[in-house]
Design a protein around this ligand. Structure first.
Ligand code: NAD
Length: 323
């Protein structure tokens, strides 16, 4: 196989898929296939660094920021997550963590299949919301996010803070949105994730309001300054403040416990009224994060375990390129 050509082909295919997914909200390949391409490119770049392109998609977060929105520079970058697809990947992740720190546990949370949003509150009052964008600069979607009924406009304490969460479209809202689009002869949304992303990035807040979006919050920026010491503590504190947090989280003592829980999550997700595409495993003790560190794209103290897809979109897969 011509390795260099394969790497260039993968890069091109991933960039095209990124544009369709993040900018157009209209993917033409399945997430599963995309993840396989990315995994292969990362492996090839690791084994053949001489062919690695400095602008490789393996180094970039998300997509292009749309001009129709005001731009927001994030105070702290909004990162992606590295992926695990097997128990062995989780064991390898734990080995890397254990080389940096000791005496840690893991917090496990559902990976909600939506889009990441950054929220700002001043003295307990909601002031703004932005998309992740390319990780450094996002889009100002304040008036759209304001329409999400479960998002508190006023917190239970007059604190100033920055919180991150996932906006998603529950199954019921997704079905209703597509029924309406069918009646109007419009192209149907491919899936709930793209429907949520497309909805939040459109200009008419009245339409956003009618689409029944929801949000789960999971990150408190600079959590330790609020006296919170663990990721499970973050979820409790956010919930006390009035944010909607996902109740399906659990602290695992070690990676063996993580692996045991993963299989339960894989059963649980099939009964949930919203889409999840995996489990996010984060070192629970926030104080260890700095020592474990991060790459330009993702923190090294967390990993997303991706579930095998329930159905592979074979029609879309037909466009897979050949070497
Ligand atoms: P990601 O979706 O794999 O993981 C990072 C994101 O997970 C975070 O930004 C956050 O939004 C989200 N998340 C959900 N629940 C979370 C929780 N509890 N804690 C922390 N984060 C949580 O990575 P990504 O960079 O956003 O996107 C890459 C993924 O998007 C790919 O793996 C693929 O699945 C999909 N994708 C698909 C296509 C396609 O054409 N089908 C193209 C590009 C990307």
């Amino acid at each position: 196989m011509d390795i260099k050509k394969r790497m260039m082909d993968l890069q091109q295919a991933i960039e095209k898929a990124n544009y369709e997914y993040h900018t157009l909200d209209r993917p033409t390949v399945s997430d599963f296939e995309y993840d396989l391409w990315m995994k292969e490119l990362i492996e090839l770049e690791t084994n053949h660094p001489e062919y690695k392109n400095p602008s490789s998609p393996t180094l970039k977060v998300g997509g292009v920021v749309l001009d129709k929105f005001n731009k927001v520079v994030h105070d702290k970058p909004m990162m992606s997550l590295s992926n695990a697809f097997s128990d062995q990947d989780l064991l390898d992740f734990d080995e890397r963590v254990s080389k940096e720190v000791e005496g840690y546990s893991y917090n496990m949370e559902l990976k909600i299949d939506g889009l990441a949003i950054n929220l700002k509150y001043r003295d307990g009052i909601f002031i703004s919301a932005s998309t992740r964008g390319d990780g450094l600069v996002g889009e100002d979607v304040t008036s759209n996010v304001r329409t999400i009924k479960s998002l508190p406009m006023k917190l239970s304490e007059p604190v100033s803070l920055e919180v991150r969460g996932e906006v998603f479209m529950p199954h019921k809202s997704f079905e209703k949105a597509n029924e309406e689009r069918a009646k109007e002869g419009l192209e149907l949304f491919r899936n709930a994730r793209n429907a949520a992303a497309g909805t939040i990035r459109q200009l008419d807040s009245a339409i956003v309001s009618s689409r029944g979006l929801d949000i789960f919050c999971y990150t408190l920026v600079d959590a330790e300054t609020y006296g919170v010491k663990t990721q499970s503590g973050v979820l409790n504190y956010l919930s006390q403040l009035g944010f909607k947090t996902n109740p399906n989280y659990v602290v695992a003592k070690n990676i063996q416990e993580v692996i045991e829980h993963i299989h339960r999550y894989d059963v649980l997700r099939k009964s949930l009224p919203y889409d999840t595409d995996g489990v996010v495993i984060k070192v629970n003790e926030l104080i260890k994060y700095e020592q474990i560190g991060q790459t330009v794209k993702y923190p090294k103290w967390a990993i997303a375990y991706k579930f095998a897809p329930e159905e592979v979109i074979t029609k879309l897969n037909a466009i897979t390129f050949q070497v």
